[in-house]
Design a protein around this ligand. Structure first.
Ligand code: ATP
Length: 313
């Protein structure tokens, strides 16, 4: 398989600060790849290297089959940047913004007009096509931004936190649009700190921490890798709670003596629940409530990434 992005042992320092310390990354064509990391983890640096905006110190990086440092022009022809790199001109209408990009990409006047109409329809911008972008809502602007990045469909689209600040309906619309782009064969590299966004959109995720990929896989793989399901036992009185703690002393429980809860790791099967509840009943320590807690990407993120990166910035 030829990957759209192939990065091996990539390193980058700013002065004495090592920002990327041997990053490996492979992204298959037509997939959405989520790059997760706390502030300062190195996400922007990696994107800027792949987009040929800055150089790197060691390793290799290829985009759409082209070496990023030796063939930057070919790489630039294959990529498109959105999000914080957006090119929307607020003084122009949606139609004018799209036509401007089309003309810059050397489409003829007739081709530009046709492509603009097509994109206005596809990105649901038809009714506001002739309004200036200053009057747009966040969701409308985000859709225009995406439409502009698709004037000449790129092989690789960089998306930076595409739904920050959007209400749930607009957010769902942008997510659907991004999925559609991937379905048409565009490869998407999504950088985000929003785990729900990565969970919804990404086929695979890499977690970057301290300049290294510390975990990679599908969202489901990462969740099972970090934490299995947990049974939460909640108690109303301290005596029963302590009795339960004693009864489960050989199990790896996480106890919260303030909330009077016990989190017990579980594989979620009815048999394992029955054994647990039988043990508690025998000790006269049944809880007043039992809940199942499936791991989220938040658990993955909190478990895998260091909490103090922001302090190093
Ligand atoms: P955020 O989520 O906050 O955007 P990030 O994961 O994108 O963070 P980067 O912007 O790649 O992180 O920054 C990684 C580290 O590199 C940070 O410690 C940052 O201060 C440092 N850094 C980035 N650009 C430069 C620069 N031009 N000169 C010196 N240090 C830099």
């Amino acid at each position: 398989m030829t990957y759209t992005v192939e990065v091996a042992d990539l390193t980058k320092s700013y002065g004495s600060t090592e920002v990327l310390r041997g990053v490996d990354l492979a992204i298959a064509p037509g997939t959405v790849h989520g790059l997760l990391g706390a502030n300062g983890a190195g996400k922007t640096t990696l994107v800027r290297i792949l987009a040929t905006l800055i150089g790197y110190d060691g390793g290799t990086a290829r985009v759409a089959g082209h070496d990023v440092s030796r063939e930057p022009h070919s790489v630039r022809g294959a990529i498109s940047l959105t999000g914080q790199y957006a090119a929307v001109d607020e003084r122009l209408t949606a139609r004018e913004n799209l036509t401007m990009v089309a003309r810059l990409r050397r489409l003829s006047r007739i081709e530009s007009a046709a492509r603009t109409d097509e994109l206005l329809a596809r990105f649901d911008l038809g009714t506001i096509a002739d309004r200036r972008a200053t009057t747009f809502s966040g969701g409308q602007r985000r859709r225009l931004d995406l439409a502009m990045s698709m004037v000449v469909p790129p092989t690789l689209l960089f998306l930076d936190e595409p739904t920050t600040g959007l209400d749930p309906r607009s957010r769902d619309q942008v997510w659907a649009t991004v999925r559609e782009l991937a379905d048409t064969g565009v490869t998407v590299l999504l950088t985000t700190q929003y785990l729900e966004e990565a969970d919804q959109l990404a086929d695979r995720i890499s977690v970057l921490d301290g300049g290294q990929i510390v975990a990679a896989g599908t969202p489901e793989e990462l969740k099972t890798q970090v934490a299995g399901e947990v049974v939460r036992l909640s108690y109303g009185d301290g005596a029963r709670y302590e009795a339960a703690r004693a009864a489960l002393r050989t199990t790896e429980v996480t106890a919260d003596p303030v909330l009077l809860t016990l989190d017990v790791p579980s594989n979620g099967t009815p048999d394992s629940l029955r054994v647990l509840l039988d043990t508690l009943a025998a000790a006269d320590a049944l809880p007043h409530r039992v809940g199942m807690h499936a791991p989220s990407l938040d658990d993955v993120f909190l478990t895998l990434t260091a909490p103090t990166l922001e302090a190093h910035r």
